[in-house]
Design a protein around this ligand. Structure first.
Ligand code: 5GP
Ligand code: MN
Length: 343
């Protein structure tokens, strides 16, 4: 991957002269967001730089093993500490998102600061002016892969140690469904190969990421697949609706529903999957979309659920009841699909 040379040298200069770097992911952070942030954080430590990670909300349990995770400042739990870190920072790294609104409760604080911002991301349509230095590549599997390409262009790959490598590797694996989608380009495997070459314990990482579920998460998955999944055969679609009661009854923790939206795509004939999760009773529903065919669910989400994302994996929000969100979905999806499939 080739970057603009002056952008790369500016990035190198900004990092090396900074005295306090703060790295920020999107809200409801996932493996790619936390992986890319801790990958860079470990690299900065190896270069003797001072860096802090500030996240808007809780980090999922299955990512807590990464080196540096125990030092993350969670704004929701410690707003004073996160504000201080942001205020005293001279360089902000925005990772795995391209619109300030995506970093939730941190957006208001960040927008008042004049601090230089670097953005590294792989989502379509970055908001103009969101950062001073923008590395935005849609065709790349993950922000973690993109980060490693940038690090190689800086010629800093020797500063990627085992801990940095295992964070970057985790983001590539989680954002591609273990290299099943968004991973058809050979360069992804070159990066994976180099990261494995750093001495990471691949088997341990997969165990931490995918085989460390709580019993309550597994029971919630069973309940959801048995009782909360509906097929829409005429549209080759399916959806899952999870109520706040479902979550409460299964001792829900952040990250517990991660990946559930992919299950309907395992059914023969289902090309589009949606998942509605009632996060605040009768008030707020988080929505996820996946597509297996060429239906750009990010455009649908943008238009009908104030969201966005990638063509095959998108998300959005609904302010209202779970029932209202599903009615809206059933009303709007047919026209959207017909338009796309006819064009
Ligand atoms: P997930 O369904 O895993 O939460 O998100 C899938 C993709 O959609 C991710 O790339 C994520 O960044 C994006 N996404 C999720 N929720 C939202 C949202 O509310 N707004 C926007 N713009 N993108 C979202
Ligand atoms: Mn990502």
């Amino acid at each position: 991957m080739i970057f603009n040379e002056s952008q790369i040298s500016r990035l190198g200069e900004l990092i090396l002269k900074s005295e306090s770097i703060v790295l920020i992911p999107h809200k409801n952070s996932d493996g790619d967001a936390i992986g890319s942030i801790l990958g860079w954080w470990n690299l900065f430590k190896n270069k003797g730089l001072n860096a802090t990670v500030v996240v808007p909300d809780a980090v999922p349990d299955n990512l807590q093993w990464m080196k540096g995770a125990n030092e993350i400042v969670v704004h929701e739990n410690d707003p004073q500490k996160s504000k201080e870190a942001l205020k005293h920072s001279d360089l902000l790294f925005l990772m795995d998102f391209n619109n300030l609104q995506r970093c939730g409760s941190l957006a208001d604080i960040v927008s008042t600061l004049n601090t230089t911002r670097v953005l590294i991301d792989h989502h379509p349509d970055p908001v103009w002016g969101v950062a001073d230095l923008i590395f935005s590549e849609i065709g790349v599997s993950s922000t973690c892969e993109l980060s490693y390409h940038i690090i190689k262009s800086l010629n800093w790959q020797d500063n990627v140690d085992e801990f940095s490598a295992e964070s970057f590797y985790s983001g590539i694996i989680t954002d591609t469904g273990s290299l099943s989608y968004n991973s058809s380009h050979p360069r992804t495997y070159m990066v994976v190969g180099e990261l494995v070459g750093k001495g990471i314990d691949k088997d341990k990482i997969h165990k931490q990421l995918f085989q460390s579920n709580s019993l309550t998460r597994m029971r919630l998955l069973g309940h959801v697949l048995c009782n909360k999944m509906e097929l829409m055969n005429d549209l080759e679609a399916a959806y899952i609706a999870i109520s706040k009661d479902d979550l409460d009854n299964h001792n829900y923790k952040p990250g517990d529903t991660e990946g559930f939206v992919n299950y309907p795509l395992g059914i023969k004939g289902v090309e589009i999957s949606a998942m509605f999760t009632e996060k605040e009773r009768e008030k707020f529903v988080k929505v996820s979309f996946r597509s297996r065919d060429n239906t750009p669910v990010n455009l649908y989400s943008e238009k009908y659920f104030s969201g966005g994302g990638h063509a095959k994996a998108a998300g959005g929000e609904w302010n209202g009841t779970l029932r209202g969100a599903i009615e809206h979905f059933k009303k709007t999806l047919p026209d959207f699909i017909n338009q796309i499939r006819e064009s």
